[in-house]
Design a protein around this ligand. Structure first.
Ligand SMILES: [Zn+2]
Length: 166
């Protein structure tokens, strides 16, 4: 979330400052042309040209960064984990949202999730579902265990659990 928020902030300032410079640049051109201060007139031209080419891009980058923050918030804070609901939440197309979710994972904006068939799954939940009820081979006590080595909490016996996937 931190990284996404920082990028949102960064693009906002770049877009805002470029917008201001473009607006300031417009009157600079005729004012300094008539005053024959050529270098300041040139600065005005650079501000305006920079704004002309850059502004749409910067504001677009800002709006994307903002959308990404909202998407991360929806996933991690509001626990919305399906593609259709996430797309609705951020008012964005499903295909585009799908790409965004994949990018969140590959660029490590969110961790502890994997994404499959339009659904995000938390990794710890995946582990929980793999827990099985096993029986201690020494004392017969029921033990909730994951796959592999485990210890009976009643008698301390170490034993191995094999999970048969259905
Ligand atoms: Zn036992």
């Amino acid at each position: 979330m931190e990284k996404a928020l920082e990028q949102q902030k960064m693009w906002f300032w770049i877009a805002l400052i470029s917008s201001i410079l473009a607006v300031v640049g417009i009157p600079m051109i005729p004012i300094f042309a008539s005053a024959k201060i050529w270098w300041l007139m040139t600065v005005g031209i650079v501000f305006v040209a920079h704004g002309f080419y850059g502004l749409a891009l910067y504001w677009m980058a800002y709006s994307n960064a903002r959308r990404r923050v909202r998407l991360i918030y929806a996933i991690t804070e509001e626990n919305i984990l399906t593609l259709d609901k996430l797309a609705a939440q951020i008012s964005y197309g499903q295909r585009e949202t799908d790409l965004m979710i994949k990018k969140l994972i590959t660029d490590s904006y969110i961790s502890g999730y994997y994404y499959e068939n339009g659904t995000l799954i938390k990794r710890e939940e995946e582990k929980k579902t793999r827990l099985v009820r096993a029986e201690c081979p020494a004392c017969g006590a029921p033990v909730d265990a994951g796959e592999g080595e485990c210890v009976c909490e009643y008698c301390g016996t170490h034993f191995k659990v094999e999970v048969k996937l259905k």
